[in-house]
Design a protein around this ligand. Structure first.
Ligand code: NYM
Ligand code: MG
Length: 220
């Protein structure tokens, strides 16, 4: 298995718009890797269970207001509070699968259009976090996502906002973090998407096993 060949677990991140199928595909990959005898831990951000996560949850459900910088930093802090655990799990040979990470942190905050907060500003607080070995970007147009029964009631779940998010993800996929991303066509069937994900994960596991690359950090 991966841990024996590489000497550590993998850090695998799923990203994409709301309704792109991240949760479904995360669960499938966890299942699949477990069946193959890998140790796996499933994490999602925001992690709404911590005190900071509860503040984020209230904000997303529209029950509280937060200044744009403040909520941005809370999302980042919510990742930092789990960073040491993630590192320890990976060092112990567990593959950690993460539903949303700092890429969401950057694009959702930037999409608000606050003139003091561009992608670069938004990325700074996350510098130094464990760097994903791969970020599987589930690509779906906002129109397609809307067809999937529409969005929920949470903040950001509106077509106009999602269009901006999608554009900004595009920008991120062409900038500092571009080597992290693999784009998966999320418009295909659940089965087909799962198969593409499996083969991408096998590819990255094999190439890392060959290079014995240690877990990285999000670079400035
Ligand atoms: N979100 C998520 C952010 O605005 N910043 C972040 O750092 C993260 C991780 O939270 N619309 C947004 C994106 C989603 C919302 O996520 C809740 P989910 O995966 O729908 O629970
Ligand atoms: Mg959502």
């Amino acid at each position: 298995n991966t841990a024996d060949k590489l000497g550590r677990g993998l850090l695998i991140v799923f990203e994409g718009l709301d309704r792109a199928g991240k949760s479904t595909q995360c669960a499938r990959l966890v299942n699949d890797l477990e069946k193959r005898g890998e140790k796996v831990k499933h994490v999602r951000f925001p992690d709404r269970t911590t005190p900071i996560g509860k503040m984020i949850d209230n904000y997303l459900r529209g029950e509280s207001q937060q200044e744009d910088h403040v909520i941005h930093l809370l999302f980042s802090a919510n990742r930092w509070e789990l960073a040491a655990t993630i590192k320890a799990e990976i060092a112990a040979g567990t593959t950690v699968i993460v539903d949303r990470y700092y890429y969401s942190g950057c694009v959702y905050s930037t999409a608000k259009g606050n003139p003091d907060m561009d992608l670069a500003w938004c990325r700074h607080p996350d510098e130094g976090l464990p760097r994903p070995d791969i970020c599987l970007f589930l690509d779906l147009s906002a129109a397609e996502a809307a067809k999937r029964g529409g969005w929920g009631e949470e903040r950001y779940e509106k077509k106009e906002f999602q269009d901006r998010v999608r554009k900004l993800f595009g920008t991120m996929r062409e900038s500092a973090d571009k080597d992290d991303f693999v784009v998966i066509d999320a418009g295909k069937s659940e089965e087909e998407v799962a198969d593409s994900i499996k083969s991408e994960v096998e590819k990255v596991a094999a190439s890392l096993a060959a290079s014995k690359k240690p877990l990285g950090r999000v670079q400035p």
